[in-house]
Design a protein around this ligand. Sequence first.
Ligand code: ADP
Ligand code: MG
Length: 155
Amino acid sequence: AMRHLPYFCRGEVVKGFGRGSKELGIPTANFSEQVVESFPADISTGIYYGWACVGNGDVHKMVLSIGWNPFYKNIKKSVETHIIHTFKEDFYGEILSIVVIGYIRPEKNFDSLEALISAIQEDIEEAKRQLDLPEHLKLKEDNFFHLPEGKPVNH
Ligand code: ADP
Ligand code: MG
């Protein structure tokens, strides 16, 4: 699972399949099919941690799910980022930049919604701990997240 890491990726946030992630308190920003297809074909499905940034905003901790998309009868992968930060508004259409750093666990099926939510809460705690390690913190400052200073975006 670690062979492709760290993995840097940037793309537009699109509408997902309305599986109600937000209602569970765990909204996931979905990448377009095109961005998903640009991922290494043999990257393991499962839950990862890393850093994420919306537009030119601050860099936050995140957990990422790479999984099979039931909407397309499981023939297409989806890549969804839950940013560990409370945003004032949704950010559909904005550019999400992420660096995927480490693997947490494979995909699992859960017997209940409660079991699913508590697994995700554990993933979030694990991501927070891992990302506080100096070797992982340094990627937060990576130039990937910042346009060169004084250089206008449109020039
Ligand atoms: P969808 O099925 O459209 O992906 P979700 O319920 O997963 O719907 O919600 C995802 C949307 O919520 C994101 O596209 C983004 O605009 C918004 N959002 C707000 N806060 C967050 C957050 N902390 N992490 C990810 N997305 C967030
Ligand atoms: Mg989503």
